[in-house]
Design a protein around this ligand. Sequence first.
Ligand code: NAD
Length: 329
Amino acid sequence: MHVAFFSTHAFDREFFDQVNVTRHHDLHYLEARLTPSTSALAQGFPVVCAFVNDQLGAGVLAALAAGGARMIALRSAGFNHVDLSRARELGLSVSRVPAYSPHAVAEHTIALILTLNRKIHRAYARVREGNFALDGLLGFDLVGRTVGVVGTGKIGAIVVRILIAFGCRVLAYDIAPSPECRVMGVEYVPLDDIWTRSDVITLHTPLTTETRHRVDAGAIARMKPGVMIINTGRGALVDTPALIDGLKRGHIGYLGLDVYEEEEQLFFQDLSSHVIQDDVFARLLTFPNVVVTAHQAFFTREALRAISETTLDNISAFEQGRRSGNELY
Ligand code: NAD
């Protein structure tokens, strides 16, 4: 099928072209992000392929449908950026990639925990400057520490498995607790217990109206002084100004973010020669105990291969009038 492929990066081309050798779709790569002003680029394409920071609100969906689109093929697991009820009204099929490599995101989560704890980000810079002093690099043993995992789906369950192997005590909160996690020894507790009892808190739920800004000033106030907070889920799971306030007061001891509420203005592009206009984000970068990665948790070879295969198979299924099982309704 003819596919308008938005927000293309070199890595997308590499993996999609490899996988498309056996799928034979016509992929029209566009570097532009999908926004109200770029939606016209999809004119005449029956399929629009979009990533996490493309805008798929009501107006863009209407423009795409008017331009001939019949299917939105998301190459992401998250779909909080799509107005699903409007898409359905417009008769658009919307599919996603529900699982590609949950290991990629889980392992990146652990990388953030270890980096922050052992201050690898600071040690790396220091040693390169010929500074071999250890002052300020003191960490703690993870064994025996209490980690609160919010969301024990595909990604959260792997995080749990790794943490249990480290010898951590794992508390979890999920609206649908996982029997597999219970067998591993996880204690499911109310959310407030996650806040009050955890040394490390890591977020793995989707972004919904219920989970938006779940980590806010009230939640932070309930947490242990010196708590480590990790967010590889979605930026808006946390209230960033409240995190900054907690960091300034020293109540939050460590913060690891792979996602940021306003990331669509920043991530997936090289802005190293520009002045960052987002003051909240710029403030985050000033803390020595904050590590931010630019939505790269998913970014492994295995994940990109799986994303390409599932996305193109979803499009093939649509072309053949079959359901792939990855449709959102
Ligand atoms: P999943 O659907 O397998 O698991 C989500 C879990 O959250 C489920 O167990 C569900 O019951 C639980 N949940 C849903 N609503 C909840 C609520 N209100 N309160 C408590 N628990 C709730 O999803 P997954 O594959 O584990 O992915 C989780 C999230 O990670 C995705 O939604 C996405 O936003 C994010 N993600 C980030 C990256 C990245 O690169 N940083 C990559 C993939 C996914």
